[in-house]
Design a protein around this ligand. Sequence first.
Ligand code: GDD
Ligand code: MN
Length: 368
Amino acid sequence: MRRAVIVLPTYNETGAIEQVINGIVDSTRDIKTWDIHMVIVDSNSQDKTQEKVEKLMKKIPRLQLLRVEKEGLGKAYIHGFNFAIEKLNPYLIFEMDADLSHNPKKIPEFLKKIEEGADFVIGSRYIKGGSIPKDWGLHRKIFSVGANFVIRFGFMKLKITDWTSGFRAIKTWIIKQSIPTIKNYSGYVFQVAILDYAVKHKAHITELPIEFKDRIYGKSKINSLQYALQTFAYVLFNSSFIKFVIVGLIGFVIDFGISYLFIEKFKSAIWLGTVISTESAIISNFFLNNFWSFSHKKLDHKLSSYIPNFLKFNLVSSGSILIQTLGVQLAVNFFGKQFWYVYKIIIIFFIVIPYSYIFYNKFVWKEK
Ligand code: GDD
Ligand code: MN
């Protein structure tokens, strides 16, 4: 029988913890195909959380308590994951809040998704059937919806709607592999980091609608502003798409600088200056993209991989140049040449960038 461990981080959850644990016991009682355990990871709660868990442990043998320092939600989860892996060797690990915001009745649905082949199941508040509390304050709604918007578009992974959800079922192999990478994210942003890791390592990810209920007991430990800033920084430093746009800007500077140098300073023929500058920018873009933007799927380090892909890269890049040239010309023919730079910017943003991003992903840095 496969084992699943539900990891529940707690900090001052004395009001809810018994109901949460009993709720999990009730809603998993009829499951015969999984061996389900619970690990409470408590960061030195000042209330009676630990005593309540210890009392319940006497009658629930599959319940354990891990005491850790208060170092943030991410760190608490990492401790819980390591403990579960060492002590229980599970096939599957759950993340779940211990304040009754997550309905334990959903657990069998997560297991079903795993049985159907998923590696990573997200309890999502933003797909059809899911919800956030109606009475959430406006600022909390804006932070949550806004953060998910920034992440989805920053990563250009529109299919996943809830990146920050804390109700998830994740196969242990993903957690084991990702710990060295994500262990540095001590706060709530670790949720984004582990999911990003799973996406980049080809995990099969699915979403399940959940209704997130506002807590009745105790209070939230989230610092929304800090979370939003950390999320923003995470996306900025980890998004292939944003890196790819930055590489494009660097390429533009190189292209412009070299053509200026050749044409103005060396008095070379314009065509020669243009060829040299364009190709220099293409070469720099190719290597920066390979080792930075798409580093998680960089090309095999051999000529037989570099040469054909470099040629394909040139082809796609020539396409960008062609689209820009023709597009600007066409716009100028229609609307006059006064605002040519506006047309150029619009074409770059809405056609060239999506076009080249999609083609680089499809033809040069393919999924392995
Ligand atoms: N051990 C430990 N240490 N537990 C913690 C800590 C900590 O430093 N901080 C929070 N927790 C526990 C809480 O006791 C609760 O069981 C759970 O983690 C979630 O914390 P809340 O403070 O209730 O978070 P929230 O409801 O505001 O945030 C929810 O939404 C976020 C995204 O919008 C959670 O589901 C988050 O996981 C999620 O990222
Ligand atoms: Mn909560």
